[in-house]
Design a protein around this ligand. Structure first.
Ligand SMILES: Nc1ncnc2c1ncn2[C@@H]1O[C@H](COP(=O)(O)OP(=O)(O)OP(=O)(O)O)[C@@H](O)[C@H]1O
Length: 704
């Protein structure tokens, strides 16, 4: 992923040039950049900044990834909307794209296995020479052994490097794919799944997939174990068809033992893993709620909770250890019994002159090779089981996924305009027919400039809007809401708690779409615009704006996440938002980090940074959802001034509980029971003596 690289221009900022550095790699998923595009002018056109203070993401993750086969056009995601995220059909083409490395891996695998399997044979010859029966000289044999000792590690290195590289690349692509597929899901998907669940999917579940190769490329594991088992059995039957079955029996019993062990430990492993996860949960919850813990004196309770979990973890760990040691001992017993049988049978054959001492010695060597290889192979099977379980978990989450088509297609269209050949990850599902459907869908979407000019000049109308949240589809939150938000004017939306005001905001921001009715701008249904374009024309500032844990400057620049933003533009926006003064008083000015979710700033400061971000975005439609409700009088005044500046000339919808803050709005709409019950100016509604008037009375506001 590209990190947010920042261009500094010493000539512009001398003598103390600002040095923005990407402090937080988590910021980097800002993807699909418009590198080189510049902030919009008021007419929607783009302007190139004089100097890029905060640049767009340094490299487009998709273009960068495309080289590694990493990247999927949104249309391809769509065509694969119901395809499993992890399946052979997905993974196999990714593996096959590294043909040279696969060939190198296979050749080196055969070569290093041959070296390994040749060693017991040479040991046998060694003993033959020692007892004077060998046909070659000792030094010649020893030089062959030395050559094996040199070659085996070299082939092993080639095998391990190639296998690791192939799998790392495949996993990088899969991670990118899954992240993108999550990112274009409908908002309700994020209502349904916890953040921890989704991050777990990208980290531990995909980690299990990654480990299956990383942990099985060593000797006696995975493919090497398999090739050693096959090779050893062939050699043994060639050496002695009578003794080979003894070792065959040994192999079967060890496999059974390890398999039984693995099965018996599954529940303990599971509970061990679960307790581990609960320990992590407990620690995260305690530390993130440390102020609540302190204020309630809850330290003892948290300590005892943690101790109980650690104790449970210890007990399951000890149980696992005991089972492991039992398995080890049993394996050894089986090896010893086999060796004893081999000594008895083989010894008598050597004595009778039916078997050479060298062959007998080789057999003993192969006993160990086979044992370890079989044991390793069974362990690999266990890991594979874990991998399939992880893939199943990932696929089960994906099976519920519903791609936000309008967002994905918008993204696809943008990428196509940039002539980005991303390579298709879901080739098998990206048929010509799919492409035709996608192109048709995309061409029916209105262009970005249409969207911008309509949003600048047209009224927004909510026409007979009905809505239920997908997770509570039986409860109708909005039922037939009609409202016209006039272009360039301020409309206030007020009403009792739970009336549906924030829901209107969510629909206007198109986080959700109405279940019935429509929202139009200048008469055009907003669904005819792709969501990326729509997002550019709507600015949303709410009560608790989320800042990223990067610097103040970068947070403001996020108003235009795909553009190179100049320092001048950032400062201008900050000044207009009444934020410049406090920003320059911070230790590193615009370079000061704001902490997780902006926790190192006060509520009012966060709010003003968010307003500066919205000012930089310069969107024609503005939505303020309780933007000043959490502030004290001084902050509120500063923020209100900034908001007045922001609202100037824009189509604004303001939601406020404190009616004093909206009395000057051009029109006030009273929402109740999912409908607009009253509409007019403050004085008109007061004169009407309805619900608004009684709300005003309740708040004891002496307006006139
Ligand atoms: N994501 C959601 N999923 C399901 N129901 C929701 C969701 N968000 C809100 N609701 C429900 O929708 C109804 C309207 O909520 P909404 O937040 O729009 O009210 P509001 O008028 O903004 O209230 P307040 O003034 O208290 O913020 C409430 O009953 C709420 O429980």
């Amino acid at each position: 992923m590209a990190s947010l690289s920042l261009v500094t221009l010493p000539s512009l900022f001398a003598p103390n040039p600002f040095r923005f550095q990407s402090q937080n790699p988590r910021f980097s998923p800002l993807s699909f950049s418009h590198r080189g595009l510049s902030p919009r002018l008021s007419n929607g056109a783009r302007r190139r900044p004089r100097a890029a203070y905060v640049s767009a993401p340094a490299s487009d993750p998709d273009s960068g990834g495309a080289a590694a086969g990493d990247g999927a056009p949104a249309a391809a995601w769509l065509s694969a909307a119901n395809a499993a995220a992890i399946s052979w059909a997905v993974v196999w083409p990714l593996i096959l794209s590294h043909k040279m490395r696969i060939a190198a891996s296979l050749v080196s695998l055969v070569a290093c296995t041959t070296c390994t399997l040749a060693m017991p044979l040479f040991s046998g010859n060694f003993f033959e020479i020692l007892i004077g029966r060998g046909s070659e000289s000792l030094w010649k044999l020893l030089s062959k052994v030395a050559a094996l000792y040199i070659l085996e590690p070299i082939f092993t290195i080639i095998f391990v490097i190639n296998m690791t590289t192939i799998w790392e690349k495949v996993m990088t692509t899969l991670r990118g794919q899954i992240f993108r597929r999550i990112l274009v899901q409908k908002v309700e998907f994020f209502d349904r799944h916890k953040v921890g669940e989704l991050t777990g999917l990208l980290t531990s579940d995909l980690g299990a997939l990654k480990d299956v190769v990383n942990e099985n490329i060593s000797r006696d594991r995975g493919l090497r174990a398999l090739s050693e088992v096959i090779g050893t059995i062939c050699i043994l039957f060639t050496l002695s068809s009578q003794l080979a079955p003894v070792l065959g029996l040994l192999m079967v019993s060890i496999s059974l033992l390890v398999a039984v062990f693995k099965r018996s430990t599954i529940p303990i492993f599971k509970s061990h893993g679960m307790v581990q996860a609960r320990i992590a949960d407990c620690a995260t919850e305690t530390f993130s709620a440390i102020r609540t813990v302190r204020s309630f004196g809850g330290e003892r309770r948290q300590i005892s909770m943690f101790n109980n979990l650690v104790l449970a973890y210890q007990n399951s760990g000890i149980k696992l250890g005991s089972l492991k040691s039992a398995n080890e001992s049993l394996t050894r017993v089986v090896i010893y019994i086999s060796l004893l049988t081999l000594y008895i049978l083989g010894g008598s054959k050597v004595k009778a002159g039916e078997l050479s001492v060298g062959t007998m010695a080789s057999f003993i060597g192969y006993t160990f090779t086979l044992t370890f290889a079989v044991q390793g192979g069974v362990n690999t099977l266990g890991d594979l089981r874990g991998m399939f379980a992880a893939a199943e978990r990932i696929n089960s989450i994906f099976s519920e996924m519903e791609i936000d088509e309008s967002l994905a297609y918008g993204l696809e269209k943008e990428l196509q305009q940039k002539n980005l050949d991303l390579g298709l990850l879901y080739r098998e599902s990206y048929s010509e027919q799919n492409q035709a459907v996608n192109i048709h869908y995309m061409s029916s979407l209105k262009s970005g400039s249409d969207c911008y000019s309509l949003a600048r000049s047209g009224d927004i109308c909510l026409e007979d809007v009905h809505f239920s949240y997908p997770l509570r589809s039986d409860v109708e939150v909005l039922n037939g809401l009609n409202l016209t938000i006039k272009s360039g004017k301020i409309t206030a939306l007020v009403g009792p708690s739970g009336a549906g005001k924030s829901t209107v905001v969510q629909l206007l921001a198109r986080f959700y779409e109405p279940t019935r009715g429509r929202i139009t701008v200048a008469g055009e249904d907003v669904r005819t615009f792709d969501k990326r374009e729509w997002a550019r024309v709507v600015s949303l500032v709410n009560q608790d704006p989320v800042l990223f844990s990067v610097s103040v400057g970068e947070n403001i620049a996020y108003g235009l996440p795909d553009d190179d933003v100049s320092k001048d533009d950032i400062v201008k926006a900050a000044k207009a938002a009444n934020a410049h003064e406090f920003i320059i008083s911070l230790p590193q000015g615009y370079d000061t980090l704001v902490g997780e979710r902006g926790s190192l700033l006060s509520g009012g400061q966060r709010q003003r940074v968010a307003i500066a971000r919205a000012l930089l975005k310069n969107a024609p439609i503005l939505i303020l959802d309780e933007a000043t409700s959490a502030l004290d009088a001084t902050s509120e005044r500063l923020v209100q001034e900034a908001l007045d500046h922001l609202m100037n000339g824009r189509t604004s919808l303001v939601i406020a509980h404190r009616l004093s803050t909206v009395q000057n709005a051009h029109q006030i709409a009273l929402c109740s029971g999912g409908k607009i019950m009253e509409l007019g100016t403050h004085s008109e509604l007061l004169a009407k003596g309805g619900q608004y008037a009684s709300l005003v009375a309740t708040q004891r506001l002496a307006f006139e």
